[in-house]
Design a protein around this ligand. Structure first.
Ligand code: ATP
Length: 439
């Protein structure tokens, strides 16, 4: 008999099916044994009556997290779906045969059958492979999966070619100190902090490219929004007139990705009581305007033209109140705090760059890049970088490239914020932070 998925059972009343999955919980009522079984499609109640002697004997042995296979009759459940949120709440399985496929050798350290695990972050992460079996936690990663899927889909639809670029580099991409140095045979190498140079090069080849890939930052952060390895959703596009084109494209992407998650992950979002506000237009303001608002409305003064985490939270709060939007673009960051490849504005103290904030945190940085060889060399020198260290990068410009721009979008912060998770680490299967390299 072929395996049936639990999610299909409501349409199969009166039929005998074979199910495989994990025992969520076993409950005995007198001689009746009830087992909640789950597979990737859902959860269902099964009943084992004493008359089915062999199955009943096997069922008595069963505990939570046993992996079993059953054959049984799909029956309408007395009481129907009224008191159950599950789509399968209206049916149950009367088990005829039951086999144990695999079972834990030892007691599980945590009980994953409860709705909320209520564990502290370290316990949750130390017992990660088990904790991930919990329904509510699995929802995080179904939403994450939908984010990756829909990002790739909308990027493809917008004419972007998906690329993968190397993560082991011979030089730290953008200089600075936040790179990991590794041994690479006879020489030193560095883990990529961003795909910046490669995606720019490929914008000069394919016009529009995107990459979904791991990025490494060696910053010793202890915040709720930083980890040392994360997945970037990068995009780069050629033939732009200005960085407004780049923002407009990213805005379209966010509108579509948010709509996909809202549409395709309803049940997962509900578990977190998370609501995705439909996005139509993302407000834009200059960083200096944002700083004025912080000063006037929140009494917060920044010493330089820059914004910190608290300021980002406040601006998002202000935008939510005044524009009913969870997103905002801040634009025209000063040259001094942007990378050397950023296109200067008409007023060269500022750059044609932006950050995209979402529900209180920065989720993306982007802008137009300098595409003129001589201008780029001059900008490197201004940033105290040696052009000779960037030979391969400069080749891209030496041989000509269209005006272009793009963004680096962090994936995990998006899911963290949508679901209101306390830490970004909850939105990562196996997070890497300053202290954590396992599991
Ligand atoms: P922040 O100012 O928040 O430290 P950043 O300015 O270093 O971020 P960028 O280098 O502009 O970030 O990277 C683009 C995006 O990548 C960020 O907006 C964020 O979504 C994500 N990102 C960057 N660093 C991290 C990190 N350490 N952990 C998780 N996500 C990150």
């Amino acid at each position: 008999m072929e395996r049936t998925m639990i999610g299909e059972t409501p349409g199969l009343i009166g039929q005998v099916v074979k199910l495989q999955g994990w025992v969520n919980i076993r409950r005995d009522h007198g001689k009746l044994i009830f087992i909640d079984l789950r597979d990737r499609s859902g959860k269902i109640q099964m009943v084992i009556i004493p008359d089915k002697e062999e199955a009943h004997k096997a069922a008595k042995e069963i505990r939570g997290e046993y992996i079993i296979e059953v054959e049984g009759l799909v029956k309408a459940r007395p009481g129907g779906a009224k008191n159950e949120k599950l789509p399968t709440g209206g049916v149950e399985i009367e088990v005829e045969k039951l086999n144990i496929i695999s079972k834990p050798e030892v007691e599980l350290p945590i009980d994953v059958s409860t709705e909320d695990l209520n564990l502290n972050l370290d316990t949750l992460l130390d017992n990660r492979t088990i904790a991930l079996r919990n329904d509510k936690i699995k929802s995080i990663f179904r939403i994450y999966s939908e984010l990756l899927r829909s990002y790739a889909e909308v990027m493809n639809q917008a004419g972007f070619t998906e690329i993968k670029t190397p993560k082991i580099l011979n030089a730290a991409t953008e200089g600075g100190a936040n790179f990991f140095k590794i041994k690479y045979f006879e020489q030193d190498a560095f883990l990529a902090q961003s795909p910046q140079f490669y995606k720019q090069a490929m914008a000069g080849v394919f016009e529009r490219v995107f990459e979904i890939g791991p990025l490494f930052r060696a910053e010793p952060h202890f915040t709720t929004r930083h980890v040392n390895e994360f997945i970037g959703l990068d995009g780069e596009m050629a033939f732009v007139d200005s960085f407004e084109d780049v923002m407009a494209q990213l805005e379209k992407i966010m509108i579509l990705v948010m709509a996909s998650i809202a549409k395709n992950c309803q049940a997962d979002l509900e578990k977190y009581e998370a609501q995705i506000l439909p996005v139509e237009k993302i407000p834009r303001m200059k960083l200096t305007e944002a700083l004025d608002i912080l000063d006037k409305e929140y009494g917060k003064k920044m010493e330089e033209v820059d914004i910190d985490a608290e300021g980002e939270r406040m601006i998002c709060d202000w935008v939510k109140k005044n524009h009913n939007c969870d997103f905002v673009f801040l634009t025209h960051y000063p040259t001094s705090i942007r990378p050397f490849y950023s296109m200067p504005s008409a007023d060269p103290q500022y750059t044609e760059t932006f950050d995209l904030l979402f529900m209180g945190v920065e989720i993306a940085s982007g802008g137009q890049r300098i595409h003129d060889y001589n201008q780029l060399v001059a900008s490197m020198q201004k940033h105290k970088l040696n052009p000779e260290d960037f030979k391969h990068y400069l080749d891209i410009f030496k041989y000509g490239i269209p005006p272009h721009g793009g963004w680096g979008l962090g994936s995990e912060r998006i899911v963290q914020k949508i679901l209101g998770l306390g830490s970004i680490k909850e939105a990562i299967l196996f997070p890497r932070d300053v202290k954590r390299l396992t599991p």
